[in-house]
Design a protein around this ligand. Structure first.
Ligand code: NAD
Length: 375
């Protein structure tokens, strides 16, 4: 099965050599296949910044990329730079720390920097990357709030570099298929979305539970998947939000660190979303979309996969491919070829989520419905 798919892709890639438009991700999004690249397509040269847990996952996944490779490393820990440098073949001349990282501007072996540091650092790191004239790929949440996010978008626009957010689900084949079906009207008029995202967080001393580094709690880390998912599943931008917070452990979840928030979004068509974000429940990774002619349900819906799901037409059978491999190949196409993904991953997309998060926090604190103007 795997081999026959590979043969098929190879044949397709060969025939695509005479049909360059076939190299676009968009073309293949509908087919559920990974992006096909032409052999002569350039490779995106990526420096990873912040060599922690998620960067490890990205680095491993990038070993299978066709169009993106690790060519630089940025870390405050010399031992990590040496270890990762040896493992991923990054020479000392392309290893940087947080003091000298601005020198990447003189390094032609780096096209883009993937910022994978704790949330509070994204703003300054992305702006430094932009000032060095390199494209920025930034982990979610893009920043701590919409003001910071706007500054990042502006800095990248001024520097004429791209800003992308690590929304890996936007390239996940089953997700893309549900988005395609919804956009094609196969579920009819959308009425309702439910997004439930959470896990029980462990170590009370980690940065995710430190307001200064995380910017909040579960909402910043995992609830953002329900927010972002609401938008791409419903296919509209929300115009209001209401929210309610509950906290069962005020020692672990200090002031400004949310444990559990339920929130509701309203959309211009009249569709509504009902969502749950929590650091206090396991097995919570579920999307449900309801329309007048059909439905989609996915569980797990945003974990590392395999994603599972079905619609009123049957099981979703698109193959599982490591999310970060698909993401980085597709991002190479976006940055180098101007490909347009079926669901955007640019800075404006990240900024809209931050505006909603700001409003969720305001709604939870005041109990008052917040109007949204996402622009
Ligand atoms: P982590 O703690 O495992 O790694 C963070 C890295 O940043 C560490 O190597 C740490 O040394 C470094 N760092 C640099 N400056 C630091 C400072 N001042 N304080 C603390 N650490 C500092 O965290 P992680 O799980 O890799 O998360 C990093 C980012 O990636 C977060 O923004 C998170 O939301 C995001 N993330 C995204 C996904 C996803 O699926 N898209 C999954 C996990 C994490």
């Amino acid at each position: 099965m795997k081999n026959s798919r590979r043969d098929f892709l190879q044949k397709l890639a060969a025939s695509a050599a005479t049909l360059p438009f076939l190299s676009s991700y968009h073309t293949f999004a509908n087919s559920g296949l990974r992006p096909i690249t032409l052999s002569q397509s350039p490779t995106l040269k990526v420096a990873l910044m912040g060599l922690g847990g998620y960067a490890s996952r990205v680095a491993e996944a990038m070993q299978s990329c066709k169009r993106a490779k690790i060519t630089g490393l940025i870390s405050g820990t010399p031992e990590k730079l040496a270890d990762w440098g040896n493992r991923f073949g990054v020479p000392e001349t392309s290893r940087y720390n947080y003091e000298n990282l601005d020198r990447i501007k003189d390094n032609p072996e780096i096209d883009a920097v993937y910022v994978i540091t704790p949330n509070a650092l994204h703003h300054d790191h992305v702006i430094r990357v932009a000032k060095a004239g390199k494209h920025a790929i930034c982990e979610k949440p893009m920043a701590l709030n919409a003001n910071e996010g706007q500054e990042m978008v502006d800095a990248c626009t001024r520097a004429r570099v791209k800003l992308l957010v690590g929304y890996r689900m936007h390239f996940e084949p089953k997700t893309v298929e549900v988005v395609r079906m919804r956009a094609a009207g196969e579920f009819g008029k959308i009425k309702f979305f439910q997004g439930q995202c959470g896990f029980r967080i462990g170590d009370p001393n980690q940065w995710r539970l430190d307001k200064d580094l995380a910017g909040g709690g579960a909402m910043m880390d995992i609830g953002i998947y329900a927010i972002n998912g609401s938008r791409y599943m419903v296919g509209e931008e929300p115009i209001w939000v209401t929210a309610q917070e509950t906290k069962t452990d005020s020692v672990k979840f200090k002031e400004g660190v949310d444990e559990t928030i339920q929130f509701q979004l309203g959309f211009p068509s009249g569709a509504v979303a009902s969502c749950l974000s929590t650091y206090n429940m396991n097995y919570l990774d579920r999307f449900f979309l309801n329309g007048e002619k059909g439905f989609a349900e996915m569980q797990p819906s945003t974990g590392y996969g395999p994603i599972k799901g079905r619609t009123n037409k049957g099981e979703l059978t698109q193959p599982h491919v490591t999310h970060q491999t698909l993401q980085m190949d597709a991002m190479a196409g976006i940055i180098l070829d101007g490909d347009v993904p079926i669901v955007p991953v640019d800075g404006h997309e990240g900024l809209r989520d931050l505006k909603i998060i700001d409003a969720v926090y305001r709604a939870a604190a005041t109990g008052i419905k917040q109007e949204l103007e996402l622009g």
